[in-house]
Write a protein that binds this ligand. Structure first.
Ligand SMILES: Nc1nc2c(ncn2[C@@H]2O[C@H](COP(=O)(O)OP(=O)(O)O)[C@@H](O)[C@H]2O)c(=O)[nH]1
Ligand SMILES: [Mg+2]
Length: 467
């Protein structure tokens, strides 16, 4: 996601960051690079001009030039402006006291409406709501089947009828949702290959019938500026409240994400980052800006952890950390918790300072299994009182787990380091964010990476509990 842009922007800012003082010349150079980076990312030209002008003006300000860390200040300005560009005001949907709240999804064919409808139903249910889906795409019989199948998968009711008129289908669907006491209804509408009159007409009629509280335009991020143009013409015909940007997982450039708010005046509310049903997320411009600038996205990571890790597990781990204890059993359960949060590469990218250094690191999930095998080859006594593990035991553990003594040694060192850090944390100090070691950056020893992620996770739990 936005890898190219991310690289270019970090390149442009990296030079500023290193400097002790800034002059106009170096700022101008950085601005040129930022401008190129944004254009290359397929960001709308007007948007780029505006953006660089604002950043330049703020960066040239006296308080920046005179500050002790001018480079950092400029990074912060770019971060703020990127956030503003993608929209402040947040991703909230409107809920009504009179039920059901109606959410209408509109968009071109193939933009991802039907799958988004199902993903949204899941997201809403995770928020504690009781959603239902209504199929108002009657253009293709397969569209109804698709929605029904997704609904079955999720256990969310789908109201659909073989009718000829989508307006009637919506009327019936809403009535049934109300009768069933569903508090939120997501309407999946028909799309076309292009914006045309017939489509706009149908949408307008559906809209009039449904009186939706949220009209969301679904656009495919991979189409870049085309997505922005589509949004513009929808806005002229059927005003929408916000955007769902889909297929962000396949968008290396980010042009749509960075232009759509500025061009249409409507914020991105949700982003879809994969085909799986749980891959729809609320959109947070500030977090996205942090990710783009390689500053990580700790908040999203905390939320992921919250979803993946049971509360009692977390409390148990907390208690141990407080005692400054970190046995091999803890090591193992930390690793297992981490793996439940999803593919490691994605998780690690959200950690500040690590994401950008990770590009060339090939995270080897086998390494994680190896660690697991080593720990499982220890006796319970060894796992809980690691200091008893002498040379003889190391040899036995290596044999038992099909690894080498060196690999066992590395793990033993890793645990020790981790415990040391836990002790620091339990005294109330925040752990130092370990930058990756240069060797790790070169790609080989992947061992260092999961270890750090785990440390980081501890820190989040602490932050989380403090909130
Ligand atoms: N990789 C990826 N594929 C997606 C995403 N959202 C939708 N798709 C795929 O895009 C295709 C079209 O989606 P669909 O919901 O049927 O679009 P519709 O015609 O607007 O209803 C399907 O194959 C989806 O699986 C996403 O966020 N990432
Ligand atoms: Mg569809």
């Amino acid at each position: 996601m936005f890898d190219t842009l991310s690289d270019r922007l970090q390149g442009a800012l990296g030079d500023l960051r290193k400097r002790g003082t800034l002059d106009e010349e170096s700022i101008s150079r950085a601005m040129r690079e930022i401008r190129l980076a944004l254009l290359e990312a397929d960001v709308n030209l007007e948007v780029v001009k505006d953006f660089t002008a604002r950043v330049r003006e703020r960066a040239m300000g006296q308080d920046v030039l005179k500050s002790v860390t001018p480079g950092q200040q400029v990074v912060k300005i770019v971060h703020d402006e990127l956030t503003a560009l993608m929209g402040t005001g947040g991703s909230r949907l409107v809920y009504t006291s009179k039920q059901p709240t109606v959410i209408l999804l509109a968009g071109l064919q193939g933009s991802g409406k039907t799958t988004t409808a199902a993903k949204l139903a899941l997201l809403l249910r995770n928020d504690g709501r009781e959603p239902a889906l209504v199929a108002a795409d009657l253009q293709r019989p397969a569209a109804i089947d698709q929605l029904e199948q997704l609904g079955r998968e999720l256990g969310v009711p789908v109201y659909s009828e073989e009718r000829r008129d989508p307006v009637a289908a919506v009327r019936d669907g809403l009535a049934r949702a109300q009768a069933d006491g569903r508090d939120t209804v997501v309407l999946d509408t028909a799309g076309r290959l292009h914006v045309d009159e017939e489509l706009m007409d149908e949408l307008a009629r559906v809209r009039q019938e449904a009186k939706p509280h949220n009209v969301l335009l679904v656009v495919d991020a991979m189409t870049g500026q085309e997505a922005v143009r589509v949004a513009q013409s929808f806005q002229e015909h059927v005003a929408f409240d916000g955007v769902v940007l889909t297929k962000l997982d396949g968008d290396a450039r980010g042009g749509a994400a960075l232009s759509i708010k500025a061009v249409t005046g409507r914020p991105i509310k949700l982003v879809s980052v994969g085909e799986k049903l749980d891959q729809l997320e609320y959109f947070h411009p500030d977090r996205m800006a942090s990710r783009i600038l390689g500053m990580g996205d700790v908040l999203s990571l905390v939320e992921k952890a919250e979803q993946a890790i049971e509360e009692d597990e977390q409390e148990e781990m907390e208690a141990r950390i407080r005692k400054g204890q970190f046995t091999f059993d803890d090591f193992l359960s930390a690793q297992r918790m981490l793996r439940r949060m999803g593919p490691l590469q994605g998780v690690l990218k959200m950690i500040p300072g690590i994401g950008s250094q990770l590009k060339d690191v090939n995270i080897d999930e086998r390494e994680l299994r190896r660690v697991e095998a080593i720990v499982l080859s220890m006796t319970p006594h060894e796992r809980n009182t690691p200091h008893v593990i002498d040379g003889k035991r190391r040899l036995r553990i290596a044999r038992g787990s099909g690894t080498t003594v060196q690999q066992v040694n590395r793990l033993i060192d890793a645990r020790k380091q981790m415990e040391k850090m836990m002790k620091g944390m339990s005294k109330g100090k925040m752990p130092q964010l370990p930058g990756l070691t240069p060797e790790a950056g070169n790609g080989a020893p992947t061992r260092a990476v999961p270890r750090k992620a785990k440390k980081k996770k501890k820190k989040q739990k602490r932050t989380q509990n403090r909130r």
